[in-house]
Structure formats: C-alpha cells, structure tokens
Ligand binder design. Structure first.
Ligand code: GDG
Length: 465
C-alpha cells in the first residue's frame, strides 16, 4: 500500500506562494503563472506542499489549501519586509546580480534579517518534509535555504533554481557575506541556472570563495557532489497559443489597434517597471527613429505596458520618473492630431488583453540591460500563430542564448537599437516568417513542462558519492 509517508513528495519553497487575496470574494485564490501551471499537477499528485510568503505583513504560519494545492505560509513582519525583502533582496542582491547597474547597498541589519527569514523558510521546509522527499528551492531571496535545510535533513534531495543572472566573480566578490551565500547554495545537490554563463560564474565563485573544486557539472564541496547546469526556464507554450487563437482575445487585439487609430505598425513593450528592463533606452531609440524617419510619423505607434513593481524602493520611483518624463517628451515633440507616438500604461493588464496585445503587435521590443531569461520574449513568439511579427531582443537577456533568430542588439548602443527598430518596422513579410517560424519551433519544443521535469529528474537522480 502506498501511504502518504512512504513515497517522495515534492516540497517547493519560493519567496511567494502561488495565491493572492481576492478582496471581492474575501478568500485566497490561485494566481496563475508558468511555474504554477507546471508544478501544480506534480504537487497535487505527490501530495506535496508549496512554502512561501503571502505578500502581506504579519499573520500566522498557517496552511492554505487552494485549488487542491497545499500551501504553507511563512509570515514576514513589516520590519522584515523592509530589511530582508526591500533591503537585502531588492537593494543588495537584485542590483548586484544585474551587473550592478544601480549601486548595491550593503547593510548588516539587512543581512541579519535576511538570515533570519531564510532560517524560517528552512525550518518550515523541515516541518513538512522528510528525508525521502524532493525539496526544490527557488530564487535569489532564498539562497541560504539549501544548506539550512540540509542541516535538518542531511539525506534529502535538494534542488535550487536561480531565476536571475549569476554575476561574474569580480562583481559577486563585493558582497561582504559572499562565502555564506555560496555555502548556502552549495547545500543543494542540483543547481539550475538560466544560462551557461550563469552556471559557470557560480562555479568560478564557488571555487574561488568557498573552497569548492571541480567543474560546474560536478563540483565537490564538504564531501558531496553538486551539479550546476544551465536549464533555461520556458513558458506554457500551448496555453499561450490556444489563448491567442481565441476569437474573443483576437477581438481584444483588434480593439487595441482601432483605439490607437489603426496605425500601420504597432510596436509593443511589456515589462515590470524595473531599471533592468531598459525601458528608458528603448524610448530614446524610438525618439531617434522618429527623428530620422519622418515617414514613420503618424504611422507607427508604440505601446508600453509598465507594470508597477517594488514601489517602496527609491530606485524604482526614480526610474518611473525618468520613463514618464521621456514619454512626455517624445509625445510632446511628435504628436499630431489623431496620433500620439507613445501609449503608456502604468498598470497590470488582464491576461487576455496582454495576449491580445501580443497577437496584434507587429514589433516586440525586449531590451533589458540584463535579464535572467525574459519570458515576455518567449510569450510574444508563442502567440504569433501566422508566423509574422518581429522580435527585437537584447543580447543581455538570457533568452538571447536560444532565440537567435530575433534581431539581437546591444541596448546600450543607441544607434544599433534605433537601426534594429527601423529594420523591424520595415522588415519584408517573407523574412519575418522565416525568422518567426524557427523561433516558434524552439518555443514549442522546450516548454515549461519539459523544464520542470528536467529539473525534478536531475534533483531526484543525485549521484551518491
Ligand atoms: C524574473 C526574471 C525570468 C507582465 N506584464 C503583465 C503580465 N506580465 C507577465 C509577463 C511575464 C511576467 O509577467 C514577467 O516575466 P519576465 O521573465 O519578463 O520578467 P521578471 O518579472 O523580471 O521575472 C526573468 C523570470 O523571473 C522567470 O524565471 O525570465 O529574467 O527577472 O510572464 O507575461 N501579466 C499580466 N498583465 C500584465 O500587464 N497578466
């Protein structure tokens, strides 16, 4: 007889639970996303648990069953949200891991709070998991958790996936607590990264600052073997394609085009409003293109959806000011009766509207200065059911490692970015189809289900040493 305690369960730990509070219904509902759709069936089938924060201050370490998924809340108080989350996660690690494009801050009280919160996550894992289970820990907020879980459960199979880049050692080395972070990560058996370079950067740092030996694919540390490898995250491709084919969603796309005054070309940007995403450089490139291509005036409309993010962090308020100033400047310079060049939306739009926008946009601009992967690039490709449309993609997005048929650009090179934008707007349909067909094949072949299975198989098949 298979009892709940005799087979391996999946225990996921991530900063956020896959739930949100619905104020109208006054209950927790599941919040959709690629990771959730890939893991939900496995969690249900293995009677697993998802451990995470619910996004609010205070509360209890309670269990929430939502849509058949067992969630365990890790509560954070207001001070921890300020020090661990806004502070260490988003004021130290986030900028540092993204090429230090904003100066990271190092504060001992942020670090202390970060350690305490990571310990609470590890204790919660130990509360629900046994040594037979598979523990899969996610992202930069929880880098200390693998080793902390190993303290509790020395034989457990532990995996970790980093959703953001791992920087080169000469950037990583600035962190006063670099050794502790590496030791935390090295508590895992298997570490997945978005790109080859991230996996190699991690292995180099682990050798230099934590005494690990060997190549990324078989690092040795503390008499254990640890595998670090690139395993690029993907999307639920079929879901995007099916949604894009829905007549109501197509109508939403058509409505958008009509509301814009039926321009010849719609250029789209979709990002969290984050200084890593290069929205400001994108607007400068647009301004240059409109300056040099007067034939585009009145014909090309740029839609930027900017989703509010981390609004309590100073740098995010600053980038918002800069972006909005530039939108105002470009519109002030070029708008004509019946046409404005930039439609700026500072809010999250419903999923169907987003897919409608992807499927009507002729050009998609994805120009981050550094990005772990960038799912928006893959989502756009997945919705292009007629193989038309052009993706302009920064070489500094992890996605560029796979999506080579996009127009790949260095977003810091204003001329190159402007040229790519102009080329995208004027690209002949045959070339569009040739490129998009290949991109779609790639996005169909490696989807989020394959990605999750690959990670879980790798974690489960630890080589015993
Ligand atoms: C991190 C890494 C890595 C955006 N606007 C709306 C909306 N979105 C959805 C997109 C996409 C997601 O948000 C954003 O994902 P990204 O990958 O582009 O970027 P991050 O948020 O920075 O994610 C990144 C990712 O983790 C996964 O590993 O790729 O590199 O930084 O799915 O569709 N969704 C809706 N309305 C919006 O207005 N409904």
């Amino acid at each position: 007889m298979t009892t709940r305690s005799s087979r391996a369960r999946l225990v996921v730990a991530a900063n956020r639970l896959p739930v949100r509070w619905d104020p109208d219904d006054r209950r927790w509902v599941s919040s959709p996303g690629g990771l959730v759709s890939a893991l939900a069936p496995i969690l249900r089938e293995s009677e697993g648990v998802w451990i995470g924060w619910n996004g609010t201050a205070g509360g209890e370490a309670e269990r929430l069953e939502v849509d058949g998924i067992d969630n365990l809340v890790v509560p954070l108080d207001e001070q921890e949200i300020e020090d661990h989350y806004d502070g260490f996660c988003n004021g130290t690690i986030w900028p540092l891991y993204h090429d230090a494009i904003r100066p990271p801050e190092f504060h001992r009280h942020w670090w202390r709070s970060h350690v305490a919160v990571n310990q609470r996550f590890a204790d919660s894992v130990a509360e629900v998991a046994s040594e037979k289970d598979i523990v899969w820990i996610h992202d930069y907020q929880l880098q200390l958790v693998p080793a902390m879980v190993r303290e509790h459960l020395p034989r457990a199979r532990i995996g970790f996936f980093l959703h953001i880049p791992f920087p080169p050692p000469e950037i990583f080395e600035r962190i006063p607590w670099r050794r502790q972070i590496l030791q935390g990560l090295l508590g895992a058996d298997y570490l997945g990264f978005q790109t080859r370079r991230a996996a190699l950067n991690f292995a180099a740092a682990a050798r230099e600052f934590a005494g690990a030996t060997g190549p990324a694919s078989s690092l040795r540390h503390d008499d254990r073997e640890i595998r670090a490898e690139p395993v690029p995250i993907a999307i639920d491709t079929a879901h995007y394609a099916t949604t894009a084919a829905d007549p109501e969603v197509r109508k939403l796309g058509a409505d958008l085009r009509r509301d814009l005054g039926d321009p010849e070309t719609i250029v789209l940007g979709v990002d969290r409003l984050d200084y890593t995403k290069g929205i400001d450089l994108r607007l400068r490139a647009l301004e240059q293109v409109l300056d040099t291509h007067p034939q585009f005036l009145g014909k090309v409309s740029f839609v930027q959806i900017a989703v509010p993010s981390r609004e309590d962090v100073d740098e995010y308020q600053e980038i918002r000011r800069q972006v909005e100033e530039m939108v105002g400047r470009v519109n002030g310079r070029f708008a004509e009766a019946g046409w404005i060049p930039v439609h700026y939306v500072y809010r999250s739009v419903p999923f169907e509207e987003l897919i409608g926008a992807y499927s009507t946009a002729d050009v998609m601009l994805v120009t981050p200065l550094r990005d772990g992967m960038n799912l928006v690039a893959k989502e756009y490709v997945a919705t292009r059911l007629e193989d038309t449309g052009v993706l302009v993609l920064s070489e500094f997005a992890g996605a560029a490692e796979q999506l080579q048929e996009a127009l790949i650009v260095n977003p810091y090179d204003l001329d190159a970015l402007s040229d790519a934008l102009a080329r995208a707007v004027t690209m002949p349909p045959d070339e569009q189809r040739e490129r998009m067909r290949r991109l779609r094949r790639k996005v169909a072949r490696w989807d989020v289900h394959k990605w999750a299975q690959h990670n879980l198989d790798a974690i489960a098949s630890r080589r015993e040493s």
